[in-house]
Design a protein around this ligand. Structure first.
Ligand SMILES: Cc1cc2nc3c(=O)[nH]c(=O)nc-3n(C[C@H](O)[C@H](O)[C@H](O)COP(=O)(O)O)c2cc1C
Length: 189
């Protein structure tokens, strides 16, 4: 695939085949992330690949989050079902990768470092796609909780979790159209 073909065909993947993505594939893909542009070569990205034991703990927390989100009028029995569906949803992600960004320097450096880490994330998504691996970038509640930082060994004073990549071989590929470029393009003389 050319770069433009990869950009145009990549879609966020929500449903994965159960097959695990081998570690060497994960590392190969992340290895393209670190070639993203970054001002003053701060290389602010950090990747945390979540193992099975930690995924289980995240899935248990996700069960609780889904129950907490359920409306008050939902019966206790249905809340249990909603929680179980949440647990299974998290467990169905073959690999979870947390991507974080160093929090160093002044506000301008932090903005630049955040932008650079997002560029790295896009590199990763594109190369993964080229290799047949799909991802969902998630910024859901679980990615932001103090408990998640503790669980992943990420010091929130030093790093900010930009999001999780739910990663695996795609079971379904959706479609997400865009508005025409002319809607968002402005020219000034
Ligand atoms: C910063 C960022 C945060 C995102 N967070 C979520 C999320 O929490 N949940 C989700 O379902 N998708 C999330 N996405 C994925 C977007 O929903 C997805 O990219 C968008 O629908 C466009 O679809 P596409 O990637 O298939 O083109 C996020 C994407 C970005 C860039």
């Amino acid at each position: 695939m050319t770069v433009s073909e990869t950009v145009m065909s990549r879609r966020t993947i929500f449903k994965f085949k159960p097959d695990p993505v081998p570690n060497d594939v994960i590392e190969k893909v992340l290895g393209f992330g670190i070639f993203a542009p970054n001002h003053k070569l701060t290389e602010p990205w950090r990747f945390t690949v979540v193992g099975e034991e930690t995924k289980l703990t995240l899935a248990e927390r996700y069960r609780e989050i889904q129950i907490e989100k359920a409306a008050e009028h939902v019966s206790a029995e249905n809340k249990v079902k909603i929680g179980e569906a949440g647990f299974q949803k998290m467990m169905s992600k073959p690999t979870i990768i947390a991507v974080s960004c160093l929090q160093e320097g002044d506000e301008q450096q932090r903005r630049e470092d955040y932008a650079a880490a997002c560029c790295a994330m896009m590199n990763v998504q594109l190369v993964a796609w080229e290799m047949g691996v799909g991802m969902q970038w998630s910024t859901g509640k679980i990615t932001m909780e103090p408990n998640t930082y503790r669980l992943l060994g990420i010091d929130s004073e030093r790093e900010y979790i930009i999001g999780f990549f739910y990663t695996g071989y795609p079971a379904e590929i959706g479609n997400s159209p865009r508005k025409p470029l002319s809607d968002v393009l402005r020219r000034v003389p």
